[in-house]
Design a protein around this ligand. Structure first.
Ligand code: HEM
Length: 439
């Protein structure tokens, strides 16, 4: 924090501190954590235990499985993405007009995501809850775009990180619009809230490779070089990776599974080259306040992305690939997305959330290590069990589920304890000064 009269900055991250914005971010983060724990992870564990007890892939309740998937994608990761993006767009903190829009975005997003989850989980009033919930999510996304693009309109050139976020949000609009049409159709013609398998797979491809991956790449473009100490981003491979990933999504949805899977491998290789993850670091990573293993886990997360892409090709070549598809999906959702959030989150979020410090670097390591163990067991055992290669593997799947649930709980406890503890002396000074200036 600089002296009075100058702009106040959170030094480590070079961002101005704003009390109202901090409150907004904390609410988004708390909402995301709540979705992750119960509607997301707990339901996922129940699904896996049910499937493992029957030894039959695909024997879980389809409504519960889809409810779990959407709670994790939109309820957890989506809520984190919206909250963090609203925070890091600097223009917003200057505009009073943006705050009501941002809070309305949070309200509509949370209500909409909860309605969809409730409708699919409990079969209650789903004819109303599914379309209404998706419409609310769409409204929230439009509000988000209005806030974000007010800033982008004034920028002289588009930053690579912002391009990643923009591609992801454009895909989010497409996936939600499509889901709205489908849920209206389901409500009018079908007897259950479950999306048919093929179209559900298209929605997942669009959500994972169209929405989440470009956004995570966008934030990687912004944060990996300074925090992990990597050499600076190569922009041409970065934009190439975004373009190829978008083409892969289009091919996959048009039924070209193998070419799409190959393009996903190429896009992943381009991203690894763009971030220079395989090259020696340029400088020491910034691990103050977090566990020193942080850069290793960031690299490991990208390793999981490569595993997911490789398994995707295997699945496209295999005749009956339920276990390989599931393992690939898990490698990307838990291995890549969750490891990235568990590693980068403790690095940036405590400072964003009002200059707090991470509650415990050891808990951070415990969560990351437990997640890695659980995900490794799951990916290997899911292929062995679901593909019928080894029946002993069925016994390990519930173990993987409980291990991953322990990891998710450790992460949530660490983040909640961080957000609940008092801000540091510097943070308090900033907030007192802000309170004084608004009184
Ligand atoms: C404790 C951790 C988790 C467990 C036990 C779990 C379990 C499951 C199970 C059993 C399925 C059904 C498909 C299959 O048999 O493979 C599934 C599907 C899915 N999971 Fe998870 N999962 C977990 C974490 C996550 C996370 C963190 C995400 C996202 C970030 C996620 C996203 C998905 C998605 C998108 C699907 C597909 C849903 C659909 O078919 O519509 N899961 N999960």
């Amino acid at each position: 924090v600089t002296t009075a009269g100058k702009k106040r900055h959170c030094r480590s991250l070079s961002l101005p501190v704003h009390d109202g914005l901090t409150r907004l971010l904390v609410v988004f983060l708390a909402t995301g954590l709540a979705f992750m724990l119960l509607p997301g992870t707990f339901v996922g564990v129940m699904n896996l235990i049910a499937i493992s007890s029957r030894h039959v892939p695909g024997s879980g309740d389809a409504g519960w499985i889809q409810a779990h998937g959407q709670a994790q994608i939109f309820g957890w990761l989506g809520t984190f993405i919206l909250g963090i993006s609203l925070y890091v767009i600097p223009k917003m903190r200057l505009s009073k007009f943006s705050f009501p829009l941002a809070w309305s975005c949070w309200g509509a997003w949370t209500a909409g995501t909860f309605c969809r989850w409730l409708g699919q989980m409990y079969d209650v009033a789903w004819q109303q809850l599914l379309p209404a919930g998706t419409a609310l999510q769409l409204i929230a996304t439009v509000l988000f775009i209005v806030v974000i693009f007010r800033r982008a309109g004034t920028a002289r050139q588009v930053d690579p990180w912002f391009a990643g976020v923009a591609v992801g949000v454009a895909s989010l609009m497409v996936v939600l619009s499509w889901t709205l049409l489908l849920s209206l159709d389901l409500a009018a013609t079908a007897g259950s809230p479950v999306h048919p398998k093929e179209v559900n797979n298209h929605l997942l491809t669009l959500s994972v490779w169209g929405f989440l991956v470009p956004v995570v790449w966008g934030y990687s473009a912004r944060w990996l070089a300074p925090f992990v100490g990597l050499k600076s981003l190569r922009t041409v491979p970065f934009f190439t990776a975004l373009l190829i990933a978008a083409s892969a999504v289009a091919l996959s949805i048009s039924g070209q599974g193998l070419p799409a899977a190959i393009l996903v491998v190429v896009a992943t290789a381009a991203a690894l080259g763009a971030f220079r993850l395989l090259e020696p670091a340029k400088q020491d990573s910034r691990t103050r306040g977090v566990h020193p293993s942080f850069p290793t886990f960031v690299r490991l997360a990208y390793g999981w992305l490569a595993v997911a892409a490789g398994l995707n090709v295997w699945a496209a070549l295999a005749g009956s690939p339920a276990g390989i598809v599931g393992a690939s999906r898990h490698a990307i959702t838990v291995g890549f997305f969750s490891t990235m959030v568990f590693a980068i989150g403790p690095r940036v979020l405590p400072a964003f959330a009002g200059m707090r410090q991470l509650y415990s670097a050891r808990l951070m390591f415990a969560a990351l290590a437990t997640l890695t163990i659980g995900c490794s067991i799951r990916v290997v055992m899911q292929i062995l069990a679901y593909q019928g290669y080894a029946s002993f593997a069925w016994k390990w799947l519930p173990v993987s589920a409980l291990t991953e649930m322990a990891a998710m709980t450790l992460f949530a406890v660490n983040m909640a304890a961080t957000l609940l503890q008092r801000p540091t002396a510097i943070g308090v000074a900033v907030q007192l000064r802000e309170a004084g200036s608004t009184a």
